[in-house]
Ligand binder design. Sequence first.
Ligand code: ADP
Ligand code: ADP
Length: 218
Amino acid sequence: TATVALEDVEVDYRGRGRALGPVSLSIGEGEIVALVGPSGCGKSTALRLLAGLEPATRGQVRRAPGRGETSVVFQAPTLAPWMSAAANVALPLELSGTPKAEARARALEALERVGLAGAGASRPAQLSGGMAMRASLARALVTQPRLLMLDEPFAALDEITRRTLADDVLALWSQTRPAIVFVTHNVEEAAYMAERIVVLTRGPGRIAGEVRVEAPLP
Ligand code: ADP
Ligand code: ADP
């Protein structure tokens, strides 16, 4: 069953014509899907549609009801600079009404799961790029979303950190198995992490094809 699906979706940006589509794409429960394609073809737009951050101009975005939350992680960490890492991770829980003490405890657990056990008190500026991305992943996963969107999450990081983080994401995925859709320019990363690689054409992107990767995931 699909967690979220785009059905004949098109997006127009005012004054710029079509940005994406028509595209139909269904994301199954617990599936890991990579979205690749040339720059400007509409990958980020597709991700924002799937996340419900932006409306379709035409077509339908269907979401399975009662399937919990969607979390999004962007390439540039969006941690609040004046708050500690732990407070940043606790924030989505606090905003949805979780008592402060419980939110803090779950935030520390989430930081531990991404290998940042000792870094809860650090401000974002004190974290390396890789650590800030881990903190962003902890914040995205602390609410136990059923759908996780990653928009070029590792693009700004060095090769070794990228590889470590790809393994970290797969390890995190194996714990609660959210559906993951991620945008990447890195074909190696797509083939390593994804079960499906969806290729978009030059913009406005349509689906050019799809590759199924028969790889053992953790
Ligand atoms: P990709 O992620 O594949 O690089 P995007 O989804 O960012 O592509 O963009 C698709 C197209 O839509 C591009 O031509 C881009 O310039 C345009 N676009 C993206 N966001 C906006 C926006 N907010 N307003 C106007 N045009 C946009
Ligand atoms: P990068 O600088 O390439 O992004 P990392 O994020 O993996 O690399 O780590 C950079 C530095 O931060 C390393 O020196 C590492 O020892 C340190 N570091 C990594 N994780 C932690 C942690 N949980 N607590 C404290 N320091 C850490």
